[in-house]
Design a protein around this ligand. Structure first.
Ligand code: HEM
Ligand SMILES: [Cu+2]
Length: 571
């Protein structure tokens, strides 16, 4: 097979599994329309184009909660599970236990419906981080728990075929994509245990009214024990696509198989012992442990650099196969607008955005710089360049890919499809520049600025926050246009006629260097290392938090500075 040939292996899969994966992609895509709409509203509120506490029936905090929960929790988790099924089924070539699969699916759907109902009825204005003392209705927490447990069950369902494959292929390397997906779900398992403890033992009893107060510093620590590895759970499926698909899309090979394995396994090790970098400004945790977490955070940046170099080398290899010449001339030979290789722009634009997301992440993680940007609009500027950059683009791109293959349909509006990632990139760069400038100048995040800082009639008015306002809303509008382009392509394709055989087809890149390094061929040492690091990184700070003796907090609603219920005497 020549490097320029772009045919991929296809396999037939059970109709039940195909249907399930399709629903797991289409259902969150429908919710995402609501999620994106509330992203657009966010920029309008910030800029003061909406000067009110609510818009079309939903309040400011309700919309922001919906935006964060749908985009960053529901859409991402559903996609990771759907893509995980596709990868495991494709590479291991074994049927899956469908009864278990449907149980996982049912729990995730029920949880999403329960949680969405709580948000839409205004009983869960707690944002996607659900920090106490903001308190939601119990169904919000129960819904989230069901989504998480459902996703665990999906992962457990992939283990029997994996072990069977290992038995039949002794001494062989596991397929790189499977290693990446398993790394994602190991990170997810590690991350979701502390947050499950927070939800089940602290938040549900408190929101049920069984206990009057909650230990806020402890809840926040358990949340961030989850919150940072969460972002690597999002990122790992993207990395799987980058390492296994991008090289072939460029017409070449993966520069180093070892770099891929090391990246995936390294993330198991360092994703979690870093959560306190979100808590640099919080009391009750000593500077020593804040520093330790800051240090580990720098180590978790290593695989991002490894990925950047490996992707650049792989793209160069591909471009040279296509006739690219010279030190820089090969850049001209990448398939920027190639309708056959249309996933390329989705991946490439994500990588470009990620350069900025990565660098600003290092700024956030630097203890002293964080004090300048903490809780300002700098933060949403940064994380839209990660979760709404490479992660979002690769997830929607792969969703469309799987849908066309599973339904045998042709892409509609193919020209819009190849342009969409570039429009999104333009939007996000303008949007983030605005929020970065605002944040560096002190503009807060999660604030209805239209009725405060950007309202000339308010005593809080900040005349100097105009640039951020204009760039933020202009960029947000362009992002919304790009998102609409995608939805048009996606749903028009879905409604079209089937013209091909329905199959599961994934792009597989061959390795250029296939290094026989044993250290990256087993999960075990990395799992042991991760456990040790977690014990070291979290035992002392949790002990400190428990010793700190902060009074328990009563429940609050974001719309009111007074507690919902009066705290008991001696709180
Ligand atoms: C049209 C596209 C989008 C626009 C205009 C937009 C805009 C915004 C704005 C302005 C905020 C900040 C609100 C604030 O802190 O004051 C925000 C928050 C957020 N966005 Fe987006 N966004 C978009 C798409 C996305 C996507 C695709 C994702 C993830 C896949 C995402 C994830 C988030 C998250 C997790 C938050 C944090 C919510 C919170 O602080 O509770 N956004 N968005
Ligand atoms: Cu983090």
């Amino acid at each position: 097979m020549s490097a320029l040939d772009f045919t991929n292996e296809q396999i037939e899969i059970e109709p039940g599994l195909r249907k399930m994966i399709l629903i797991e992609i289409i259902f969150p895509m429908v919710l995402l329309i609501l999620g994106i709409y509330h992203g657009m509203l966010q920029v309008l509120y910030r800029a003061g184009y909406i000067r009110a506490d609510s818009f079309l029936g939903l309040t400011y905090f309700q919309g922001l909660t919906l935006h964060g929960v749908v985009n960053a929790i529901v859409f991402t988790t559903f996609f990771a599970v759907a893509f995980g099924y596709a990868v495991v089924r494709f590479y291991l070539r074994r049927p899956l236990n469908m009864s278990v699969a449907w149980v996982s699916f049912g729990l995730m759907m029920a949880g999403t419906l329960l949680g969405s109902r709580a948000i839409l009825s205004g009983k869960a204005n707690v944002l996607y981080t659900f920090y106490p003392p903001l308190r939601a209705h119990p169904t919000f927490y129960i819904g989230l728990t069901l989504v998480v447990v459902g996703s665990w069950i999906a992962f457990f369902n992939w283990l029997p075929p994996y072990f069977a494959w290992k038995r039949e292929h002794p001494g062989e390397k596991s397929p790189l994509a499977v290693v990446g997906i398993f790394a994602a779900f190991i990170v997810w398992l590690i991350a979701t245990i502390p947050v499950a403890i927070e939800i089940i033992f602290m938040l549900i009893p408190w929101s049920m009214g069984w206990v009057a107060t909650v230990n806020v510093p402890l809840a926040r620590m358990l949340f961030w024990f989850f919150g940072h590895p969460l972002v690597y759970f999002w990122l790992l499926p993207t990395y799987v696509m980058y390492y296994t698909m991008l090289p072939k899309l460029c017409g070449g090979k993966l520069f180093s198989d070892f770099a891929g394995r090391l990246t995936f396994l390294w993330l198991i090790l360092y994703s979690a012992p870093v959560g306190i970098h979100h808590q640099f400004t919080e009391p009750g945790i000593s500077t020593t442990w804040k520093f330790v977490h800051a240090f580990f955070t720098m180590l978790v940046a290593v695989p991002s650099f490894a990925t950047a170099f490996t992707m650049a080398a792989s793209m160069e290899h591909g471009a040279r196969q296509r006739g690219g010449r010279g030190l820089m001339g090969w850049w001209a030979k990448l398939p920027y607008l190639d309708r056959e290789r249309w996933l390329f722009p989705y991946f490439f634009c994500g990588l470009v955005i990620f350069i900025f997301g990565g660098v600003t992440g290092l700024i956030n993680a630097s203890y002293n710089l964080d004090t300048v940007v903490h809780n300002t609009s700098w933060l949403p500027a940064h994380f839209h360049q990660t979760v709404a950059g490479p992660i979002y683009l690769s997830y929607i791109g792969m969703s469309l890919w799987l849908v066309t293959k599973f339904t045998g349909k042709e892409i509609k509006f193919a020209w819009l499809n190849v342009w969409m990632p570039y429009v999104w990139t333009l939007g996000i760069m303008i949007f983030s520049t605005g929020l970065f400038i605002g944040g560096a100048g002190g503009e807060p995040r999660r604030t209805n600025m239209g009725v405060s800082y950007t309202d000339p009639n308010s005593s809080l008015y900040h005349a100097d926050w105009q640039v951020a306002k204009i760039l933020g809303s202009a960029g947000g509008t362009i992002m919304t246009i790009a998102a609409a382009m995608f939805f048009l392509v996606f749903f028009a394709t879905l409604l079209g006629r089937s013209v091909r055989q329905r199959s599961l087809e994934l792009i597989q890149s061959e390795p250029y260097h296939d290094e026989p390094i044993r250290a990256v061929q087993s999960f075990t040492p990395w799992l042991v290392g991760a456990t040790l690091l977690l014990l070291i990184a979290y035992t002392p700070p949790i002990a400190q938090t428990l010793r700190s003796n902060f009074p328990g907090a009563p429940a609050f609603d974001p719309g009111n500075p007074m507690p919902i219920q009066r705290p008991p005497p001696n709180g």
